[in-house]
Design a protein around this ligand. Sequence first.
Ligand code: IMP
Length: 202
Amino acid sequence: MPKVHRQFSGSQLIIASHNQGKVREIGDLLRPYNVETTSAASLGLEEPEETGKTFTANAKLKAHLAAKMAKRPALADDSGLVVPALQGDPGIYSARWAGPEKDFDKAMQLVECRLGKSSDRNAYFVAALALCWPDGHSEIFTGRVYGTLVWPKRGTLGFGYDPMFLPQGGTKTFGEMEPGIKHSISHRSKAFAKLVLACFST
Ligand code: IMP
């Protein structure tokens, strides 16, 4: 029996994130579905501590809290860069590697430094999306994009680790790519495609 997903039937969705880069990307991805997005930060909603051990657990935790507080459905994303040669780091700690000052130059340098002379420069971005309702129901979807890490980093577009991530088969890093092109192949867009198909179809 195929899984029956709960449909999102409203026109307003809370994006349970305080990261402006992500809120902007999610808003762009949902615009074609006539969904108006409001960020948790703009509603003054509290940001929970990300105590989960997986991307999925953290996405669920954030969306549940926002939905409960706002009494409306909320969508949260938890994402990060996984480097197998670093035993999966920075992984769920991708944001924390940039420190309180959110310095991703420093975070990318740390990745490069830990990789050292390793011949394995494979990496992938993961995105977990949790759409949660105030009654506690949740729908979870994940996406990945595979690539390799380049050094020196290239490009000034995007955010986070984009300048050092070269997607498989590409010549431009995410930091050199127009946002529309990145959206079409990113981990987040893959998770989104699954979410939209399951919960936003008419
Ligand atoms: P989160 O807010 O805990 O999900 O943190 C995710 C972190 O992973 C971000 O702050 C970025 O450092 C990194 N990240 C996730 N998605 C991307 C992306 O598309 N490009 C670059 N970095 C990303």
